[in-house]
Design a protein around this ligand. Sequence first.
Ligand code: ADP
Ligand code: MG
Length: 299
Amino acid sequence: KELIENSIDAKSKNIHIIIKNAGKTLVQIIDDGMGMNQNDAAICFQKHTTSKIKETIDIMHINTMGFRGEALSSIASIAEVELKTKTQDDSIGTLIIIDNSKIQKKTQIATPKGTSIAVKNLFFNIPARKNFLKSDKIEMKHILESFMQLAIANHQISFKLNNDGKIIYNIAATNLKQRIIQVFGKKYQQKILPIKEETSIVSLDGFLGNPLDARKTKGEQFLYVNKRFIKSGYLNHAIKNAMHNIIHPDQYPSYFIFLRIKPSDIDINIHPNKIEVKFEDEKAIYQILKSTCKKSIGM
Ligand code: ADP
Ligand code: MG
């Protein structure tokens, strides 16, 4: 997830993910984004190195997925990492091999513009942590969940996902509706209702699955704030509540909803995975979301 987010922050148009053994042997992300020059490539694995904050004031206006400079340094401490990267302006790229947080090799290499990061032999140096990894099936499920969350929000990017030599997804850049269909299938061709609203507190858009197709098993519930996937029982309730006449209490509606809120009106730092958000004006957002959903289903 962190590596894909870095590729998105680097303005990539194509992102290719290669997985082996549910990520335990290999997680590799190849992008065609802005890449790094030799100097940045050499320091990006150090703690708290980020290119996303240049001045203190930037912290109030974060529009990128990352900004703490923690992901690469954490990854480099628990795996063998191979980085290949090149910027548009440089004629030659950089190869860096790291294990145990130490640079083992640094050399020039011919490589296309963009970045490839291969994370190999996860937890090779911490066997106790390795034992805590779940079965391949469960770890792969987590990978796919993160992939879907990012692929839905970034439909203007084309993605390829390769698992143990098989292509699982190969999806072109498109609009949100088509991306939902690319990821979850033709069942969403007809059965999807657009939602849209703009207020001074929040603007929102996206799609609701047809409430008549709500299922007893959890379907697709994708809620985003400023393009960041979040989980919110409270806002989920607003959506369900909007449909209370048409769906059974133990059914789950599906939805793909994007909220846009001024970064200063939310706090994304309450949860280490940044998956829960605190809203300045939670109640108003609940009401706006509920009434917008109601309008969309014609109630
Ligand atoms: P953060 O994303 O919070 O800045 P990371 O540890 O994820 O921290 O990445 C550190 C830095 O490495 C980034 O700020 C960026 O400058 C650089 N970087 C990482 N991945 C890429 C990539 N795919 N393309 C270009 N630059 C990257
Ligand atoms: Mg990052």
